[in-house]
Design a binder for this molecule. Structure first.
Ligand code: ADE
Length: 265
């Protein structure tokens, strides 16, 4: 899969693309990530790509000309998603990541915090996307987040496909708790069920924990998905599994309340 990233700070991407799982995926040829300096499309000696906003106001705005030219120079087909990263965009999520991972190419335009000429969002980008309700100094860190999240869905990038399948959000729920050695750490013990050897029981426990954590921290996620019968049952039995002292699960009273609501569906 190919990413084309259009930025005025190409040097920001060096370390990000050279290390870790992404670095390996690039080395294996699973990902082809090309960084393009927007200033290469600029006219004039000063390589200017931004200008003052019409109507007055603070800061500079990226001009449409260089951005259109940069995208048109790299886009392979009219089907290629062209994503403008900006705080005004729709919130990025796992479904978008999964969808884009199935495409041959994705083009990412890194905006600047002052702004990008509106015609880029209107006529060039197929989507304007934000990674969260805060403002970054530019779209570059957001582009890295998007590349990373999309790449995980590209077959072969993450060693075990099963780990992607179980991750937070994969089924509309947060991930379950994970433990490793030692069995007791500063008085906190690993739940016994994980040593039972009973895989079906462990799976049920994980599901209930994921549900409890989601109800506690992100009830909005639970509300969006149809309540599977298995989850109603899990919610009903989860109360017994919460340990009030556990910093992982947090406020049991709120979970109790959410759980009661859920079982009355
Ligand atoms: N550029 C600045 N802030 C951003 C955000 N929250 N998401 C995406 N791009 C951005």
């Amino acid at each position: 899969m190919r990413f084309d990233i259009i930025t005025i700070f190409p040097e920001m991407f060096g370390g990000f693309l050279g290390a870790g799982i992404l670095g390996k995926a690039v080395a294996k040829g699973l990902l082809d990530i090309r960084i393009h300096d927007l200033r290469d499309q600029a006219e004039g000696r000063h390589r200017q790509v931004d200008d003052r906003p019409f109507g007055g106001g603070e800061g500079m705005v990226l001009m449409p000309g260089p951005v259109f030219q940069a995208v048109e120079a790299v886009r392979e087909s009219a089907e290629t998603p062209v994503i403008l990263l900006s705080p005004q965009g729709r919130l990025f999520n796992s479904e978008m990541a999964r969808d884009w991972a199935g495409r041959r190419q994705v083009v990412l335009i890194c905006g600047r915090y002052e702004g990008v000429d509106e015609r880029v969002g209107l006529r060039l980008a197929s989507a304007e996307v934000s990674i969260g309700d805060y403002v970054l100094t530019g779209g570059e860190p957001a582009a890295m987040v998007v590349v990373d999240a999309v790449a995980r869905f590209v077959p072969g990038v993450v060693g075990k496909a099963a780990s992607v399948a179980h991750d937070s959000f994969a089924e509309g729920l947060l991930d379950c708790p994970h433990y490793t050695r030692p069995r007791v750490f500063r008085g906190e013990v690993v739940p016994d069920v994980l040593f039972s050897g009973d895989h079906a029981r462990i799976e049920r426990w994980r599901r209930r924990q994921a549900l409890a954590k989601t109800l506690d921290r992100r009830p909005d996620l639970v509300g969006r998905r149809p309540p599977a019968a298995a989850d109603r049952c899990a919610a009903a039995t989860s109360r017994r599994l919460w340990r009030p002292s556990s910093p992982v699960i947090g406020r049991p009273a709120r979970i109790e309340a959410a759980c009661r609501r859920m079982t009355s569906w």
